[in-house]
Design a protein around this ligand. Structure first.
Ligand code: NAP
Length: 314
């Protein structure tokens, strides 16, 4: 495989950082990684994760997906503007009742998660089409397949990404370009912490008591245990992304979390769309004790399997 230039967005932390480090450290040196972030003062964690690669297989550059100018400047700085693989990863979350969120906050989510991808492609797609070569990898989410309680706007932004890509994929095929949506479930990153802290700070005065209680007593109360039971590491998602990049025929959709797949399968099982909504409703409002017991059971199984794996190694 010839050396591939990879541009990754949102590499200051989490999944973007893990993907940039994993590709830069590739033993076969198949990638030159342009790891980008909007704020270069946050590069220390990436430098630490892939120190030996900096200036070799890894270059760190500024790129804000909300600024066309910064995208253009970054791409112009890459030799021959040649991006073989784009990993569109930068994203932000938003949780809570819509009554407590301003339209401006919602627009920022759409501007980053959806229009961020559109801006990148407006700059990079024409070159890929001309070369009839390129792979566009997008870090979407299981919430791009199925909405979750109190994630209305975030989920809408990922649905927008998925619809956009489904449409574009048909045209891309004509130019021999690949498009792949990576769909993680919960991943333990800064995202989880930031979203939870913002949720805790939310002013509930604009919403009725029943909704406010639902958000604090059900959603926020269970938030951490969902991540602890079902959460993956960013490094795990990076391994999945590498496999998709290296695949001879990369899939259009790739879910990274086997524990979550039974839930997304509900979406595909019922064309009327009632099955997943009904199941989530019952899980949250009627069978919450069973739901919590299942999460604890999964947590225990995962802890035991890690423990036996560790014991096996020594
Ligand atoms: N964590 C999860 O549970 C989960 C699950 C499914 C999908 N995802 C998706 O995975 C992607 C990465 O999230 P993560 O979990 O790794 O979260 P993270 O650790 O918070 O990383 C998000 C990255 O995006 C960057 N970013 C935000 N706005 C940006 C902008 N305007 N321009 C450039 N970069 C920007 C952040 O930079 P700053 O440090 O400057 O803010 C950060 O580097 C997101 O698209 C997210 O929707 C996450």
């Amino acid at each position: 495989m010839a050396l591939k230039n990879v541009l990754v967005t949102g590499c200051s932390s989490g999944i973007g950082l893990a993907i940039a480090a994993r590709l830069a450290k590739d033993e076969q040196k198949r990638f030159k990684v342009y790891a980008t972030m909007r704020n270069l003062s946050k590069q220390e964690a990436l430098v630490q994760a892939a120190e030996e690669c900096v200036g070799e297989t890894l270059e760190i550059k500024q790129l804000d997906v909300c600024s066309e100018e910064s995208i253009k400047d970054c791409v112009n700085d890459i030799p021959d503007r040649k991006v073989d693989i784009l990993v569109s990863n930068a994203g932000i979350g938003l949780i809570g009742p819509i009554e407590c969120q301003s339209i401006d906050e919602m627009k920022t989510v759409m501007d980053t998660n959806f229009f961020g991808l559109v801006r990148l492609l407006k700059e990079i797609l024409p070159d890929m089409k001309r070369r009839k070569d390129g792979h566009i990898v997008i870090i979407s989410s299981v919430m791009g397949i199925q909405g979750i309680l109190f994630n209305d706007v975030y989920s809408a932004s990922k649905f927008a990404v998925e619809g956009f890509c489904e449409s574009l994929a048909i045209q891309a095929l004509k130019f021999k370009l690949q498009l792949s949506l990576i769909e993680p479930g919960p991943v333990i990153t800064e995202f989880e912490r930031k979203v939870f802290e913002d949720g805790m700070k939310m002013d509930p005065s604009g919403v009725d008591d029943e909704t406010a209680n639902m958000f604090t007593d059900i959603y926020l109360k269970n938030y951490k245990s969902v991540f602890q039971s079902l959460g993956q590491t960013a490094e795990d998602v990076a391994e999945h992304t590498l496999k998709v990049i290296l695949a001879e025929n990369p899939p259009f959709r790739h879910q990274t979390n086997n524990l979550y797949t039974p839930l997304t399968t509900l979406k595909y099982a019922d064309p009327n769309g009632d099955l997943p909504i009904d199941t989530f409703y019952k899980m949250v409002f009627q069978h919450d004790k069973i739901f919590n017991a299942s999460l604890n059971f999964i947590k225990l199984l995962r802890w035991r399997s890690t423990r036996s794996f560790d014991l096996g190694k020594t």
